[in-house]
Design a protein around this ligand. Structure first.
Ligand SMILES: *[C@@H]1O[C@H](CO)[C@@H](O)[C@H](O)[C@H]1NC(C)=O
Ligand SMILES: *[C@@H]1O[C@H](CO)[C@@H](O)[C@H](O)[C@H]1NC(C)=O
Ligand SMILES: *[C@@H]1O[C@H](CO)[C@@H](O)[C@H](O)[C@H]1NC(C)=O
Ligand SMILES: *[C@@H]1O[C@H](CO)[C@@H](O)[C@H](O)[C@H]1NC(C)=O
Ligand SMILES: *[C@@H]1O[C@H](CO)[C@@H](O)[C@H](O)[C@H]1NC(C)=O
Length: 296
């Protein structure tokens, strides 16, 4: 069978299982727990706003109360302004154990006026080494912007303000592991990474400018909650689905439409800083399988 047909059949099989449920909707008090930072993280405005901060003693972080198996996770973030060099704000999904899956957004700060880098990675069964990095087409410290991770049986898509910046397709038929059976929790943190983040660790965090603060709002998970081995989406009742038609279509779709594909190409052409798939020096024995397989 032609490869693309194999994927299509997989997609069809999964499609029939999925009903989407709005799980988290814009209330941090209900949706997340602050897990570390000893008072450096705070939920404000009746759950509408969350701030993480970092000083020389500690960073801070939160995690979702629920675990999920598939979903679309959006949050608006205003990143650490000014001289944020050395700081990293992370927003990611991760499962447990030594063969974990993980989908990462990390925002690497910079000196005032110098660009942030958006660092992304995909781990499957404990193996990462799939970094792609991007500059943004705006200053992410002035206003809130939406950062999204879409994860369904067909693909993982990282987006910024609705524009896809990276797609990781399910290429299991070609032997590339795909995150599909381990539930993940959503995590976010602000921490010091000045041993590597800014120009490979050359620029150090300037602690006289601490505390550093990143602000979050509008956390939304259109997702399947995983609890005691059962997915909330594996319910065929008529009222298990409670999200708008648009959300549903976007969530279920297992491939990018042509507009999204164009946007993805635009971002990758103009703003990509690093792509492991073209780093032949790093992989002298050959690029990873998913970089060389052609699915069409
Ligand atoms: C910081 O700014 C420098 C100079 O513009 C740039 O080379 C670098 O990629 C930027 N980002 C980080 C995280 O270092
Ligand atoms: C650190 O920040 C302080 C306060 O803004 C500034 O006076 C100082 O020059 C900075 N240090 C470095 C090494 O940039
Ligand atoms: C959904 O539920 C049915 C019946 O309880 C079960 O047989 C099936 O394995 C479940 N599927 C998933 C994906 O959890
Ligand atoms: C449908 O929704 C109602 C109200 O939210 C709930 O009480 C009921 O258990 C749901 N039915 C099923 C089959 O999930
Ligand atoms: C469905 O969504 C509506 C509007 O967002 C909300 O008021 C209602 O509580 C939701 N119902 C369930 C069962 O989640």
């Amino acid at each position: 069978m032609v490869a693309s047909k194999v994927l299509f059949v997989i997609a069809l099989l999964f499609c029939s299982l999925i009903n989407v449920v709005v799980i988290a909707n814009d209330n941090f008090d209900q949706d997340v727990d602050i897990t570390w930072g000893n008072g450096r993280a705070a939920i404000l405005n009746h759950g509408k706003l969350l701030t993480l901060s970092l000083d020389q003693a500690s960073g801070s972080g939160f995690q979702s109360k629920n675990e999920f198996l598939y979903g679309k996770f959006d949050v608006k973030i205003k990143l650490v302004p000014g001289n944020s060099a050395g700081t990293v704000t992370a927003y990611y999904l991760r499962s447990q154990g030594s063969t974990w899956d993980e989908l990462d957004f990390e925002f690497l700060g910079n000196l005032s006026g110098e660009p942030y880098i958006v660092h992304t990675n995909v781990y499957t069964q404990g193996n990462g080494n799939r970094e792609q990095q991007f500059y943004l087409w705006f200053d992410p410290t002035v206003k809130f912007h939406t950062y999204s991770i879409l994860w369904n049986p067909g693909h993982v898509v990282f987006s910024v303000d609705g524009k896809p910046i990276r797609e990781f397709k399910n290429m299991e038929p070609y032997g590339v592991p795909y995150p599909k059976s381990q539930s993940m929790r959503l995590y976010s943190s602000l921490w010091n990474a000045d041993e590597w983040a800014t120009r490979g660790g050359l620029v150090k965090t300037n602690w006289s400018e601490a505390p550093f603060t990143a602000t979050f709002r509008n956390f939304k998970a259109n997702a399947c909650v995983w609890s005691n081995g059962v997915s909330s989406c594996n319910v065929t009742s008529s009222n298990s689905s409670n999200s708008s038609g648009d959300d549903q279509r976007e969530w279920r779709s297992q491939e990018l439409d042509s507009t999204s594909q164009k946007r993805l190409k635009w971002v990758q052409k103009k703003f990509m800083v690093y792509n492991y798939c073209t780093d032949t020096k790093r992989f002298p024995q050959g690029l990873p399988l998913e970089c060389t397989v052609t699915t069409k």
